[in-house]
Design a protein. Structure first.
Lengths: 101, 720, 169
């Protein structure tokens, strides 16, 4: 079977799933964030595969923006994490339950 | 001229209005007296003129003054007839006689009262004469009434004035009670009277007196059983018994002596109490068709006469003696009417008016002289101090006892004669009554004027003067003279009064004329007058009267007359012996037959009987009604209240459970629901992420299955 | 043949490193594996003829973000074990299963789409050669406004990050 961009779609889906599993299972916030980065990467891969499929670069431009957004998000998220760590002295996401009702 | 007959009641009515509206406030005594007496004088003048007119042309004149009740369709025994009543006045011989009595005796008593009531305050003085004039106005309306309703207006009016005048001194409880008693007992009579009027309308379809007489003439005489006519007559007699104090409705008259003496003289001797006799006389044609009722009237009259006379024998109050005497004499009048001698009854009415008024006024002088003393046991020896009164009262006593040739002799003798012709037992009762009458009357004279003077020696009682003396004299003269109008044929007289009154008691002649007030005499009046005169001349010969006068033989008549005179003499002698020569006898007689004495003194315990049964019965019934009323209404109101409270409670429960329940349920649902919902708020980020994932999964699943769903949809669509 | 080998090898690398990222005990290990993952993905970009993006990937992701993560890991001086406390409310098992389900479905969809669509889409030759030039052209004409907005976003993120990470006064 020749390698079509569809294979890359499945690959991106698998990477995405790994990221989701990481978000679900891990309790360390930093690992959580990194799983989210994995998911974003999977999306980027997806877009690039589609760009390849359709022959124009719109997908890549989209992926570029996603990279920018991911960077911004990582920066702000880690800032929040630092602020949170200063308060609660823990990186366990299970202890981030102040909104528990 | 005849149309002015309405002025007869109008003059006293105007006098009453003047005295009532202005007199109480502003008139002084002289003006009040002048107004009252002048109005009576005017009426008397008119009455004389009218009587002369009637004597010349004995035609019944009906004067219609205007409509009262417009025609209302009503159902009577004659079918549908309109019920129509007009203000009509009837002037015929009977009415002429009655108006003369009322205005003449009335005027004399008014004059007397101007002096008698002088000690009253000015306002009360005016009130007295207002009531007196009002009474005369109503009495004249009564005797002049052309139909039953106008008559009834007068009937009720005199009852009202009697009540007002009996209770004239209203600060006295006994006077007020007496007035009330008189009114209530009268009312019982009036009830019968009204029922009689209604029955008369049902039977005859008209209330006009002459119309009723004409209609009754066609009915058969009910000799054997009680028919409709008898019932009407009986009901009318109930009314007459109430007004004229016969058994069983006489109990008010002795108590009515609480009123001032002029009132007793005018109302309870001369005029009002005679209204009952007038009723029977006026409806002579009606009564003549109900012999059973006439028998009842005669028996009641005779029994009343005897009973009242027997009570009068032991009375100690001078006015009560005269009151019972009045009841007794009225009984005699009804006895006369009952045996068919209606004109004799009216004759006795006239003579009785004279001497009873005379006796009352004389007793008033005595009471005045002794400063209000009415107990005869404390009187005596007044012959020396009150000579005029003594003479006039002796004349009156002789008259009532039936001593010839005074008035009472002729009238009473006529009655006893007619009674003898009909029923010996009735005659015996009447004669016994006459004996007792003579006895107690001279007992009164003896106790009052003879014997030692028991009053205050310092104050000398003064005789009647001026306005009190003149009426006494006139009445005395009248007592002597008036008998002569009824001297029977047996004694050589013409029995003028019987002939004069005869047309009133026959069935109506077509020759009566209806004269509308204000309009000229209808054409042909003169001819009809001439015709009537001729017819009357014929009738005088045939004497087509309603009651065939029993012809008694000359010897029998003389014998009876002698017997009457003897009875009178016996009574007088008995009284002389009992009270003048041997004053000890009555006391010993009373001790020996103390039971009888007690029975008579307590007037046969009739008053007590009435009180124990009727009065207390009425009060008990009223109390029971009040209790039932209380329980029923209270129960109803309470039930209503309880019902309202129950409804309110139900409403409250509904509100609490329903409305509040709904609201609370909503809140509870929110509260309990929140417990469930809150469990989703774990505060764990990853749980929220899971939810997102769930959504994604669901979306993907749907996307995957979409072709299959479409397929199924197409399958279904194809199948249908 | 070569393509298949390259693809499957690359796929194994990417997925393997990804798994290591998720399952590493230590955070530093996780970061290292993340870097490696990014690099593998960049290689994948190159294979898919997205050279510019591959470079950006390496520069921004591997060079910037990962360094950031490392700094934060070092800054956070953990005294306790970070994952000691375990909340009983979490349902991670369910999450894993659902993720697997999602994967299965997406794969199914892709396979189905791939099988039902034509094998290859004849693509017209691009007007301008060179990937960077193409991306640059689109970026500065059609997508200029998102470009500017992205710069705004970055500015805001910078400010926010500084604000958050400041020491409390």
């Amino acid at each position: 079977m020749p390698i079509t961009p569809y294979h890359y779609l499945v690959l991106a889906a698998a990477l995405f799933t790994i990221g989701v599993i990481g978000v679900m299972v891990r309790r360390n916030i930093i690992i959580l964030f990194m799983s989210i980065e994995l998911m974003l990467n999977a999306v980027n891969l997806n877009l690039v595969a589609f760009s390849r499929l359709y022959g124009h670069v719109v997908g890549q431009v989209f992926a570029l923006f996603i990279v920018a957004v991911a960077a911004a998000e990582a920066a702000v998220g880690l800032g929040i994490l630092l602020a949170f760590y200063r308060n609660k002295e823990t990186l366990n996401v299970d202890e981030v339950n102040l909104l528990r009702g | 001229m005849t149309a002015l007959v309405w002025l007869l009641p109008a003059f006293p009515a105007a006098g009453a209005a003047l005295n009532g509206v202005f007199g109480i406030r502003w008139f002084n005594r002289t003006v009040t007296a002048a107004v009252a007496c002048l109005s009576m004088l005017a009426s008397l003048a008119l009455a004389i003129v009218a009587a002369v007119n009637v004597a010349r042309v004995p035609l019944a004149r009906t004067v219609v003054l205007g409509d009262w009740i417009p025609a209302i369709p009503a159902v009577t025994s004659n079918g549908h007839l309109p019920f129509h009543v007009a203000w009509t006045l009837l002037m015929d011989p009977l009415a002429a006689v009655m108006t003369l009595v009322v205005t003449g005796i009335g005027l004399l008593i008014h004059v007397y009262a101007t002096a008698y009531m002088r000690e009253e305050s000015r306002g009360s003085y005016a009130r007295f004469f207002c009531y007196m004039n009002l009474f005369c106005a109503f009495m004249l309306l009564l005797v002049l009434g052309g139909n039953f309703l106008v008559l009834f207006v007068g009937w009720e009016g005199v009852g009202l004035c009697s009540y007002l005048l009996i209770g004239f001194w209203y600060q006295k409880t006994s006077a007020v009670d007496a007035g009330r008693k008189a009114f209530i007992v009268n009312r019982i009579g009036d009830w019968g009277f009204v029922l009689g009027i209604m029955a008369a309308f049902l039977a005859f379809g008209t209330l006009d007196l002459q119309g009723v007489a004409a209609a009754a003439g066609h009915w058969p005489i009910e000799r054997a059983q009680f028919g409709g006519l008898s019932i009407i007559c009986l009901l009318l007699f109930v009314g007459a018994a109430g007004k004229s104090a016969q058994i069983p409705l006489y109990v008010w008259l002795p108590d009515a002596m609480e009123g001032p003496t002029p009132v007793s003289a005018l109302i309870h001797a001369a005029t009002m109490v005679t209204a009952g006799v007038y009723i029977v006389a006026r409806n002579a044609v009606l009564f003549s068709h109900a012999p059973l009722v006439l028998a009842i009237i005669a028996i009641v009259g005779a029994l009343t006469a005897l009973m009242a006379a027997s009570i009068a024998v032991v009375q100690t109050d001078i006015k009560r003696v005269l009151a019972y005497s009045t009841i007794s004499q009225l009984g005699l009048m009804f006895l006369a009417a009952g045996v068919g001698a209606v004109s004799a009854a009216v004759f006795h009415l006239v003579t009785h008016a004279f001497f009873k008024a005379l006796l009352f006024l004389g007793s008033g002088v005595v009471i005045h002289a002794l400063a209000g003393e009415q107990d005869m046991r404390r009187m005596g020896g007044l012959k020396r101090y009150l000579p005029l009164t003594f003479v006039t009262m002796v004349i009156g006593a002789l008259a009532i006892a039936g001593a010839p040739p005074l008035a009472g002799f002729f009238s009473k003798d006529e009655i006893l004669l007619q009674a003898f012709g009909r029923n010996r037992a009735l005659w015996a009762l009447g004669s016994l009554t006459s004996l007792l009458t003579a006895f107690y009357m001279f007992r009164l004279i003896a106790l009052t004027f003879y014997g030692p003077y028991k009053g205050d020696a310092a104050r000398e009682p003064h005789d009647a003067r001026g306005a009190m003396a003149v009426p006494l004299m006139f009445l005395a003269i009248g007592t002597i003279v008036v008998g002569f109008i009824g001297i029977p044929r047996t004694l050589g007289g013409a029995n003028a009064i019987e002939h004069f009154l005869a047309p009133s008691f026959t069935e109506t002649r077509p020759a009566s004329v209806a004269i509308i007030a204000g309009q000229p005499d209808p054409p042909g009046t003169a001819e009809r007058v001439a015709e009537a005169r001729a017819e009357l001349a014929r009738d005088r010969a045939a004497h087509r009267a309603a009651f065939p006068v029993t012809e008694v033989t000359q010897e029998r008549a003389w014998a009876l007359m002698l017997l009457s005179a003897l009875i009178a003499a016996t009574g007088l002698a008995g009284a002389w012996r009992f009270y003048v020569t041997h004053p000890d006898v009555p006391r010993r007689a009373a001790e020996r037959s103390s039971a009888l004495h007690a029975l008579l003194v307590n007037d046969y315990y009739v008053d007590d009987l009435y009180h124990a049964t009727i009065v207390r019965g009425t009060f008990a019934a009223a109390r029971e009604f009040w209790r039932v009323d209380l329980r029923v209404i209270d129960a109803f109101v309470n039930a209503w209240g309880i019902g309202t409270r129950v409804l309110a409670w139900i409403s409250h429960i509904v509100d609490k459970l329903g409305v509040d329940g709904a609201v609370n349920a909503t809140g509870w649902t929110a509260g309990e629901g929140s417990f469930l919902v809150r469990r989703g708020q774990t505060g764990l980020v990853q749980n929220y992420a899971l939810l997102i994932l769930v959504g994604v999964c669901a979306f993907l699943t749907l996307y995957m299955l979409a072709p299959g769903l479409e397929l199924m949809r197409d399958l279904f669509a194809a199948r249908q | 043949m070569l393509e298949a080998v390259a693809f499957y090898g690359l796929a194994a690398l990417i997925l393997g490193f990804g798994l290591m990222v998720v399952t590493a005990r230590s955070a530093v290990h996780s970061v290292v594996f993340l870097v490696l993952n990014f690099l593998a993905v960049a290689v994948a970009y190159v294979v898919l003829a997205a050279e510019f993006l591959a470079v950006i990937q390496v520069l921004v992701y591997a060079g910037g973000i990962v360094v950031l993560y490392l700094f934060v890991v070092m800054l956070v001086n953990q005294k306790r074990a970070p994952e000691a406390h375990h909340d009983p409310h979490r349902k991670s098992g369910l999450g894993v299963m659902l993720a697997a389900a999602v994967l299965a479905e997406v794969t199914a969809i892709v396979v189905y789409t791939a099988s039902s669509s034509p094998a290859s889409v004849p693509t017209p030759p691009p007007a301008i050669a060179g990937n960077t030039e193409q991306v640059g052209l689109l970026l500065y004409t059609d997508y200029l406004i998102p470009f500017e907005v992205a710069s705004m976003l970055l500015l805001a993120a910078m400010v926010g990050a500084i604000l958050f990470a400041r020491k409390a006064q």
